[in-house]
Design a protein around this ligand. Structure first.
Ligand code: IDP
Ligand code: MG
Length: 159
């Protein structure tokens, strides 16, 4: 009889991925979700929301001194965003690779930004830059918490 050991989930972590207003407007929410799902990552929260200026200033607080900060907050509050929590092995670092470089002209083809956008101020998506940032951002955008669930499918993704 064949039997498989349970998948090793010890290195799992979570990240905050957000489709920015241009991505929602352009109908790319499904495309972005599709890539994370197809990769094998697990969805733990998903919400369309209209963020307040205050929430965005909190989210981007490390960039408050940058000259583009007011434009960034205006861009991000120009329409609804889709916030998501994705879980999996090295999902923070790999999630950023899947988004591509901040400046879409430098994002590799095959990445979301590399495939679908041109300007840095309309770069479609956000991904946490570290596990610590992810924890802070998840608490900020999902104060009621993200789901915690065991996926039977995990044994097909992880050894
Ligand atoms: P990231 O989104 O790749 O983590 P950050 O440096 O954290 O990049 O910047 C946050 C967001 O601010 C970027 O995604 C982009 O929308 C915007 N941004 C970053 N640098 C510039 C810039 O030089 N001009 C205009 N907007 C910028
Ligand atoms: Mg960032």
């Amino acid at each position: 009889q064949l039997s498989f050991p349970p998948p090793n989930m010890s290195q799992t972590e979570r990240t905050y991925i957000m489709v920015k207003p241009d991505g929602v407007e352009r109908g790319l929410v499904g495309e972005i979700i599709k890539r994370f799902e197809a990769k094998g990552y697990q969805l733990c929260a998903l919400e369309l929301m209209q963020p307040s200026k205050d929430l965005l200033e909190q989210h981007y607080r490390d960039l408050a001194s940058k000259p583009f900060f007011p434009k960034l907050v205006a861009y991000m509050s120009s329409g609804p965003v889709v916030g998501m929590v994705w879980q999996g092995k090295e999902v923070v670092k790999t999630g950023r690779k899947m988004l591509g470089a901040t400046n879409p002209l430098e994002s590799a083809p095959g990445t979301i930004r590399g495939d679908f956008c041109v300007d840095v101020g309309q770069n479609l998506c956000h991904g946490s830059d570290s596990v610590e940032s992810a924890e802070r951002e998840i608490a900020l955008w999902f104060p009621r918490g993200a789901a915690s669930w065991t996926r039977r499918f995990d044994s097909f993704i992880y050894e």
